[in-house]
Design a protein around this ligand. Structure first.
Ligand SMILES: [Zn+2]
Length: 292
């Protein structure tokens, strides 16, 4: 089955991961911009990060036959840093116009501070200006209150709820998200957030409408194969293949397709190609080129 992982931070992952993901059926991914695990010290490092998301990382995915898209935004944690936040907000319009950028994100609440609220509202306005969907992160601490606040900001923004994906849902927040009319993402993690068995139970209870799953794999303990592993768990639990396909392909395609920038033609592998003179291959490796 062809699969889409609509939230994965490949910049922190290896070529082994790309190979395993492609072998498991992952044909397309969305990489949201986020923080680095430690605070950035100046605005320029955001700019190089955004450039790598639309450039090198997109190329790297293509070398394994995977379509790579990204979302651009000021992440919730660094919205609290007054030495970078205003400068990053000024940069965003340049990047929101680029090919392969399919939403504003991931934005939202972390500690639920006034600074986060202001930066979230400003970025929702950018989404309206650029006609882009929005990927919203919900906080790990006090998640239910954070989700309620997120939904009230969405309502006040004037953006249609169909243009919003609220991510990292749990049993507690999913009914709120679905009632709001927004799409509902679930990050399947080795230990926390959500796991395969709990996800199966949610699909049995709520069906497939507006339901999306992702690995949210990054530089921490996480697993880039959680989407295919969730497919296996859903099949074993007797969920129909057509419903599974809705969740792991059609739903993310419908949501991010609203950007008008989701080119999903097969990504042909050509490892003789270079990006600014650079290749993913090392000396002596034979490039893989798929027949046209
Ligand atoms: Zn993330």
């Amino acid at each position: 089955m062809k699969m889409f992982d609509p939230h994965i931070h490949m910049t922190s992952r290896t070529t082994d991961d790309y190979q395993a993901m492609a072998a498991a059926g992952i044909a397309a991914i969305v990489e949201p911009s986020f923080w680095l695990g430690q605070p950035r010290t100046h605005v320029g490092t955001f700019e190089d990060y955004f450039l790598s998301l639309v450039g090198w990382e997109r190329f790297r995915a293509s070398q394994f036959g995977i379509r790579h898209f990204c979302t651009i935004g000021l992440n919730p944690k660094e919205a609290n840093n007054p030495s970078v936040a205003p400068g990053v907000l000024e940069l965003l319009p340049i990047y929101l116009e680029k090919d392969g950028v399919v939403a504003v994100g991931e934005i939202g609440f972390d500690d639920q501070t006034p600074a986060e609220t202001k930066v979230l509202e400003q970025q929702m306005q950018l989404a309206l200006d650029f006609g882009l969907p929005v990927l919203i992160h919900t906080p790990h601490r006090d998640k239910k209150a954070g989700t309620v606040r997120t939904i009230s900001v969405v309502k006040a923004s004037g953006i249609r709820p169909e243009m919003i994906l609220i991510d990292h849902n749990t049993e507690e927040t999913l009914p709120l998200t679905l009632d709001s009319g927004c799409w509902a993402g679930h990050s399947i993690y080795p230990d926390t957030k959500m796991d395969e068995a709990r996800m199966v139970a949610l699909v049995k209870k709520y069906g497939t409408r507006h339901i999306i799953v992702n690995s949210a794999a990054d530089w921490g303990v996480s697993d880039p194969l959680k989407v295919p592993k969730t497919v296996t768990a859903m099949r074993a639990a007797g969920i129909a293949d057509s419903d599974i396909e809705t969740i792991v392909w059609s739903n993310p395609v419908s949501f991010f397709g609203q950007s008008g920038r989701l080119d999903l033609g097969k990504q042909p592998i050509d490892q003789t190609a270079l990006w600014e003179g650079n290749s993913v291959l090392r000396g002596g490796q034979k490039p893989l080129v798929e027949p046209a």
